[in-house]
Design a protein around this ligand. Sequence first.
Ligand code: HEM
Length: 144
Amino acid sequence: MSDTTKPLFGTADASYQAAGELAGIRRLVTDFYQIMDAWSGAAKIRAMHKADLSESADKLTCFLSGWLGGPRLYQERYGSISIPAFHAQWPIDAQARDAWLGCMQQAIERQPYSDEFKTYLLAQLSVPAHRVVQASQARQQAAQ
Ligand code: HEM
């Protein structure tokens, strides 16, 4: 496929395809939570989660499916969600965001994705991750 006909990530379901569809996203999310569970750099954010990570893994897989342009499984199974508003219940600062993105970076590195898609995916995920911090910090300030 030449560069001119290659679908751009972010258009239609190009990102969903590049991530390996649902099975590929599930592998990414499984690795993500395994890393969060084991990596000392993520201990603080691991402690915010329930002991059993399987429900979180299923929900994040469903969310990313729709977010990457595939089937909107989160909405179908769990209803609508605002990622920043949902996360405002936890005190999430820049350090927590970087730990979350650090888990993602390591998980993405384990996938058989092209370097181009790896870079794109991490950059895209950093957008909602920043918004999570803003919403969380705003909630903390309002509560003071
Ligand atoms: C910025 C750092 C982030 C932290 C510290 C964080 C932390 C958490 C925590 C503590 C939970 C609840 C887990 C549980 O119930 O045991 C959660 C759930 C979830 N997170 Fe995050 N998160 C972050 C960023 C993100 C981002 C950027 C996304 C989306 C791209 C995301 C998507 C989700 C989803 C879909 C759920 C499940 C929601 C549900 O329970 O219905 N998170 N996250």
